[in-house]
Design a protein around this ligand. Structure first.
Ligand SMILES: Cc1cc2nc3c(=O)[nH]c(=O)nc-3n(C[C@H](O)[C@H](O)[C@H](O)COP(=O)(O)OP(=O)(O)OC[C@H]3O[C@@H](n4cnc5c(N)ncnc54)[C@H](O)[C@@H]3O)c2cc1C
Length: 415
């Protein structure tokens, strides 16, 4: 089989990129190893209204609207901010993936499920991929390969772009639990039950919630379920009586990858570590990256120039748009990692005042958390102490893109 573009993985990001490229008239093949799109589910499904709009999938994926936030410290402090404005949405994540895959097919992409890509070889003017479907080997030649195969991306390794990013490993589940307030999400902070991460509870309705916690990946860490049981023990008034309906855990990559393109190939979504370092959310960032990746692909295919120097514009554009935000978020994460449980408690109690709660509600944005941080720094010099690390990392730590070229002007170098 020959195609213009082979996309490895039919997660939301791969399908979203496929739709744009196929709609421009190019022959696109998407290979997905699982039988059912969106399954197994590994997500808490909390995204911004902006992300739903960007995906263009309509409101029927929305299960619950979130207007508030409660934050709990392990030492008793808490805050609760709630407004009339919807700031995030609990969505049916499998349905989101299915709708995007269907749109990609409607745009002309060929989607093969139960088909696992097993290798990639560079050939003249592209790549030769092998895949396994129903025990049979399939061979595909593609001018361009897009690796959208998630956190454990094999495509990244085959292309020589693999990178050991930090990760958060999570226990996550859908549970049965009676809940009075269905408009606020809960966030639980504490090193005992969420070392280097946070716990969460997202209400879906009066009887069902999504919950989880996790840890920053370290060698020999206990299973994430251990942390969840600890967290439930610390907050019995919230978690007592829960019944797990299904497990939805997994890992997210954190922080930028040095390079996400090469000649005739690009990485996108979790495969390119395009997630938000504070929350681990990767749907909004992944969809936006898919747009940039697809636009670059269409331009490069039309110009018949799939060299590294042409595809370089993908990472350049991505860095320009999201690099500053993600870099600052890595800084906030660093600041947070340095806080003891006592300081977390002090911070939560300090913020539990009308001025701060209103500021959180007004400027809080789950896709762009640095906007709130900036406002807090302007309002109170004390906040600057907490965000100091973030200030220090605003520019230098996001990677400078390097092609294989020695030239200072990559566009001048022809592969
Ligand atoms: C516990 C948890 C909770 C999360 N909660 C949220 C949240 O609330 N909000 C949010 O925005 N984000 C959340 N995320 C992150 C979000 O799920 C990811 O960022 C998102 O799924 C990335 O999409 P993707 O398409 O890049 O990758 P994926 O969704 O991982 O899709 C990759 C696809 O590639 C396929 N694949 C892999 N290898 C191959 C192969 N060799 N051949 C063929 N197919 C292959 C896989 O089967 C998969 O379908 C969460 C993640 C976890 C683990």
């Amino acid at each position: 089989m020959d195609c213009d573009v082979l996309i490895v993985g039919a997660g939301p990001v791969g399908s979203f990129a496929a739709e744009t490229i196929a709609a421009s008239g190019f022959k696109v093949v998407i290979l997905e190893e699982h039988k059912t799109i969106g399954e197994p589910l590994q997500c808490a499904g909390l995204i911004s209204p902006r992300a739903v709009e960007l995906a263009g999938v309509g409101r029927d994926i929305v299960i619950n609207e979130i207007r508030g936030l409660r934050v709990f410290s392990p030492l008793g402090g808490s805050l609760h901010a709630e407004s009339n404005q919807v700031f995030s949405l609990a969505v049916d994540r499998a349905l989101l993936d299915q709708k995007l895959a269907e749109r990609a097919e409607n745009a002309g992409a060929l989607l093969l499920t139960k088909t696992r890509v097993t290798g990639l070889e560079p050939v003249k003017e592209g790549y030769h991929a092998t895949a396994v479907r129903d025990g049979r080997t399939i061979n595909i030649k593609a001018r361009l390969v897009i690796g959208a195969d998630g956190i454990a991306s094999k495509t990244a390794q085959w292309l020589g772009l693999g990178h050991k990013n930090p990760r958060a490993v999570m226990y996550s589940a859908e549970i049965k639990l009676p809940r009075n307030n269905t408009a606020s999400v809960d966030v639980f902070l504490g090193h005992e039950f969420a070392p280097g991460w946070f716990g969460w509870l997202i209400p879906l309705d009066e009887n069902t919630c999504r919950v989880g916690t996790g840890c920053a990946f370290m060698e020999n860490h206990p299973p994430p379920r251990y942390y969840f049981e600890k967290m439930a023990g610390v907050f019995p008034e919230i978690f007592n009586g829960l019944k797990v309906l299904r497990y939805t855990g997994g890992s997210v990559p954190l922080g930028p990858m040095p390079k996400i393109f090469t000649s005739h190939a690009m990485l996108v979504g979790d495969a390119a570590s395009q997630t938000k370092p504070i929350s681990g959310g990767g749907i909004y960032t992944g969809l936006r990256a898919a747009q940039i990746c697809a636009e670059t692909a269409v331009g490069a295919l039309m110009e018949e120039d799939l060299t590294e120097n042409r595809l370089y514009h993908y990472q350049e554009q991505w860095n320009k748009e999201m690099g500053g935000e993600l870099n600052r978020a890595m800084g906030y994460r660093k600041s947070f990692l340095n806080l003891s449980d006592k300081n977390i408690d002090l911070l939560i109690r300090f913020l539990n005042k009308p001025m701060w709660l209103n500021t959180i509600l007004h400027y809080g944005d789950i896709d762009y958390p640095s906007r709130l941080a900036l406002k807090m720094c302007l309002l109170n010099p004390l906040a600057r102490v907490f965000f100091r690390n973030a200030g220090q990392t605003t520019t230098p730590s996001f990677p400078t893109v390097k092609t294989n070229s020695d030239s200072k002007h990559p566009a001048q170098k022809i592969d």
